[in-house]
Each structure stands twice: as C-alpha cells, then as structure tokens.
Design a protein around this ligand. Structure first.
Ligand code: GMT
Length: 378
C-alpha cells in the first residue's frame, strides 16, 4: 500500500506512535510518506520505503498565525496526486484529519469526482479530552471524525469518551499503542550510571511533555517524601510548560540536587534500563505510551487509575494505580516496591511479560487489516 502519515513532530506519544507505525509498515514493504512541520522525533531511520515531506508555511504579514493546516492540506494533495496514495492516516484529529479531508476535496475536484485515498484518523487523547472539550473546537473535531473513512482510538477509555462527547457516525475501532520489545528491553548500562554520577541509590523516572495533565508537581512531592526515607534520584525526561514550576518546587523542598532535568531525549532505553520505577500521576491519560515503554524495560509503574492506564497496568502486578492527586498513596506504593528487591524483581518481570502483549508487530497488523477493510469497502 502507499500510505501518507500526518503527525506532530513534537515530543509526545502521538508523534512517537505515528513514526513507529510508519517505520514498521515500511519494513513490511509498504511505501510511507510522512508529512509534518519538522522531522518527527522518532523518525531516525534510513529506509528505501520512507519519504518525508516537510510542510513549509508561508509567512505573510497579513496572516498573524501561520496557515499550517492549509499548507499541510495542499502538500498532501500534491503528493497524493502523483503518488496515488491508498491511505492517508492522520494522527491526532486537529489539524491533521481536517487537513487530510481538505486534501481529499482538492483531489476530488482535480480528478473530477474520482475516488481517491481512504482517510483514517487515529485519536490519541488530548485531541478529544482537551482540544475537543473546548467549545470553540468541538464542531471541527466532530467534522474531522465524521468525515474520516475509519476512526481508531488508542484505548477503550478514549473510545468511550469520543462516543460520549461526539456520538460519531461510524464505529470507533480500538487499536492500543505498542512497543518494539526488540529495542525496548533492559540492558545493563553501568556507563550511563557513571556518566550521570549515580551509584546505588534508587532511580525514579518520568518522561513526558510536562503539560498540566501530567501533574508534574505531584511527581516532585512523591519524590520528596520518598527521598526522606531512602537514597534516590529522580530523572525527568522531556520539557514543556510546567517544567519551571517543577524546578521551583524542587528547590523549595531542598531536593534540587536529587532531581535531574535531562530535557527532550530520543533514545530513552538507556535511561529506562537504569531506572527502578516510573511515576505517571496524570489526571487524564488516554493510554500512557511512556509507561508501556518503561514496562518493556522492566520498570514498574506507579500511575493513576485515570483513563487508559488500567487497560494495560494491573494494579499490584505491574506497579500500582491510585487516584489522581493521591500523593501519599503513591509514595507508600513506591516505597513498598522499592524496599524489597525480591518483590521488585517479580513485578519487573511481570511488566516485561505484559509489554510483550503490546508488541509492535501484533498491533501494526491490526492497522494493516483496518486499512485493507476500508479499501475493500470502496
Ligand atoms: O500529552 C501527551 O502525552 C502527548 C499526547 C500526544 O499527542 O503526543 O499523548 C497522547 O497520545 C499518546 C499516544 O497515543 C498517549 O499515549 C497519551 O496517553 C496521550 N496523552 C494524553 O491523553 C494526555
């Protein structure tokens, strides 16, 4: 198949999944064309089947906001016309599904009503729960969903939210996020410990784009209480609007030397390999890809009962799930896991087994089947 993939290039799960999906499809012989504002952060590969189209936006003084959505639509229509795409897969409803919809209209106009590509939209989370919940955006999100030929969501939770908020005309298919366990697995990295100046202490990790939904200050508070009771270091990977608030809080609590802000890093396997626990106290999380990737590396997770976490993290087996904001409960469970090596190893092994159920190959096959079904319906 010839497939166009529209995604965010920025640090976040939707861009990661889009890039990993494209790479996996390319390795199976499909021809993949990526479209984004800059190279997606996980698209670090060479393949004869992968093409990348950077979308340039015209900066004209009259347009205070750059017209990215229109530039994207125009670029997709142009490439799709020459390459004859079978599928255009939009990751995140806004603006990608809308731009793809517009590209399809441009093509239909150009090819006098001829059937062109099928449009698949994958909903990732905040496109529904945050952007879609904004009254000013609701109608465009609904249009993006209803004008797609097929819609997928990354968890049952997100599907239910989508149905509750938008009553879509078509069935939303759940295809969960995935992880390539041939890349995401624990490898001893004493060199990384050395480079970071770390020793025998317990290492906690959090990876995200530091947005309000991630509740970064809860991470600092959990870590503060825990570090009063055991030697520990907190690795914070990523960056975003709530980072400076976290820095201020760490300083206020006097733990700044135990909290490392490592910034946006592409290769997280070495860091996960030295970590003992992942903290994900989000108040809303449609799936939580970073947690699945941590589990694949044998890192237990303390997260919230919110959103999609309970669909792949069994509390007590792969870590613990608590109510959002329950800093005390999260601290207790983190202590419980980290204070007994045998218990930790049991949970760590269970995490690795669970992550294998979300192996890339299995879920990519589901996407292929979904594409083929849509093409047959034509
Ligand atoms: O807020 C983020 O974590 C970024 C966002 C994105 O679009 O990159 O992530 C969403 O999509 C990921 C991939 O499907 C999911 O794993 C995340 O749970 C989801 N984020 C939220 O729902 C907050």
């Amino acid at each position: 198949m010839k497939i166009g993939i529209l995604c965010h290039h920025t640090y976040g799960g939707s861009g990661a999944i889009a890039a990993e999906l494209g790479k996996a499809l390319a390795s199976k012989g499909h021809i993949i064309h990526f479209f984004s504002q800059a190279a997606p952060f996980r698209l670090n590969t060479y393949s004869r089947n992968i093409h990348y189209h950077e979308v340039e936006v015209q900066h004209y003084p009259l347009f205070e906001c750059p017209l990215y959505s229109l530039a994207l639509a125009s670029k997709v229509a142009d490439v799709a016309y020459y390459e004859q795409f079978d599928i255009v897969h939009a990751h995140y409803a806004i603006p990608h599904a809308l731009s793809a919809m517009l590209a399809r209209q441009i093509l239909e106009d150009k090819c006098s009503g001829q059937q062109c590509f099928r449009l698949v939209t994958t909903l990732h989370g905040t496109d529904i729960t945050v952007v879609g919940a904004d009254r000013g955006m609701q109608d465009v999100v609904r249009l993006a969903i209803n004008k797609s030929d097929g819609v997928t969501a990354v968890s049952e939770y997100l599907k239910e939210e989508t149905v509750r908020m938008f009553s879509p005309k078509k069935e939303v298919k759940v295809i969960p996020n995935f992880v390539d366990t041939s890349l995401f697995h624990r490898v001893p990295r004493p060199d990384i410990l050395e480079q970071l100046g770390l020793g025998d202490e317990k290492i906690l990790i959090h990876i995200s784009n530091f947005r309000p939904v991630k509740c970064i200050s809860d991470i600092i508070r959990v870590f503060y209480s825990l570090s009063q009771r055991m030697e520990a270091t907190l690795l914070l990977v990523g960056d975003g609007p709530d980072r400076s608030e976290a820095e201020v809080l760490a300083r206020k609590l006097g733990i700044e030397c135990r909290v490392r802000f490592l910034g946006k890093l592409d290769d997280i396997v070495p860091l996960l390999s030295i970590s003992d626990l992942m903290l994900m106290p989000s108040n809303v999380e449609s799936f939580g890809l970073a947690a699945l990737e941590a589990m694949a590396c044998g890192v237990p997770v303390v997260a919230t009962k919110a959103g999609g976490f309970p669909e792949f993290i069994v509390s007590g087996e792969h870590g613990f799930l608590l109510a959002p904001g329950d800093v005390e409960g999260m601290t207790e469970k983190a202590m419980f896991l980290l204070s007994d090596q045998e218990r930790w190893s049991r949970v760590s092994e269970a995490c690795v087994r669970q992550a294998k159920r979300y192996e890339t190959a299995l879920l990519v096959e589901q996407y292929e089947t979904f594409y083929m079904k849509l093409l047959r319906e034509t």
